[in-house]
Design a protein. Sequence first.
Length: 503
Amino acid sequence: MANDNRNSQRNNNIDPAYGHLQPQATEIERLVLGALMIDSDAFTVVSEILRPETFYEKRHEKIYHAIQSLNMEEKAVDITTVVEQLKREGTLEDVGGAVYIVELSQHVVSSAHIEFHSRILAQKFLARQLITFASMVETKAFDESIDVDDLMQEAESKLFELSQKNMRQDYTQIDPIIAEAQEKIQIAAGSKGGLTGVPSGFTKLDDITSGWQPSDLVIIAGRPAMGKTSFALSIAKNIVVDYDVPMAFFSLEMNKVQLANRLISNVCEIAGSKIMNGQLNDAEWQRLDKNIRKLYGKPLYIDDTAALSIFELRTKARRLVREKGVKLIMIDYLQLMNATGTKFGNRQEEVSTISRSLKGLAKELDIPILALSQLNRTVENREGIEGKRPQLSDLRESGAIEQDADMVLFVHRPEYYHIYTDGNNNDLRGMAQIIIAKHRKGAVGDVLLNFKGEFTRFANPEEAYVAPNVGGEFIGSRMNDGDPGPDPDPLGPMPVGDGVTPY
């Protein structure tokens, strides 16, 4: 009976597809299980490395599950208790009886090498998972009824899921963390205005945020006609033209030429309608010829892939960071993305997955990701000055967006609702409020900016204004929104490829 059970391994050792033995180390499995039963502290060493399914032999999986259960119940682990636990679970005979449990412990002298042995088992398990994954992809690739693009998205999704399940972040003693934090404080002290992140170009906004911070997910939301895309483009212009910081702009709503036209309108201060129809007067032609040169050679990379999936974004973002040194990613807009390759019960679940994935990507790449988002229509049904102000509950389709975001900004133009002054008697004509409604690392409040709709441009007002709110009070300062500096010489056309266009 014992010999029969000893040979009762998972199905078959031979993988019929390749004619190879499945990656396994059954002798090491025996050593690990034996060590766990002679050393009561050994489980704490391997608990984050091993799971029951890590073991190749089915009976070893059941024995480890019993040991795991005993530890979770804070009971002693030895030959007797493991045998009794297997009896309670009804699996003692399946694993070869008490005789096999005794045999496991007899061949082990100590648990000295249990961590090293456990990592070998974890590697074998991961190799088996990859074989199963590759086999699934191969089988579906032969099926002509399956769309290849959908299969690629599904494959990337499952591979990412596999990597996340097997990724373990170890703890770190505090000393190097404190040293890193201290270094960042010193860098911030030496930087202009105390900026530690990518500057937005809007002085009062940067005073509050210290720039767009690495690993942050920033949501920029607003109702239609509020100018959130214009705000995003103004930030992009400031980042790449004024500060020469590489960034990527993923435009799911407009194609790259439309986006470029709006950017030209912003930089050259020529009405968008004239940019589109080419009806410029002599002064505007001169302004176009002079100012368009500011865009040449700048490290702005535009991707206008429609219906971009979170998995495509992840692949492209990694390449842009690696090859182009991109320091910030902007997405217009979140609700147009999808999570192809994964099945969801409803759209809200899908948006939640997208939002969570964006935060994970920002953390992985250690750069800020700014994503535009729509608001629902609730704001249109509210009355009064305060009623028209967007709220976090107005974020469309998913509360997870609010939860995952490190910062939520609303673009709000009271003038659109025929509101011309605020509670402090400030003139709101031609102005936009940037409402910082959530800020995980600092204070919230309102920043007032000039809005030039015909140029799709936001700009610093001559006198910045910040309405104090919970978390701090900010004092206005005079700013210069003039020429950013000498015009760079125009460069030749830049290469285009792989759906990412430098502009």
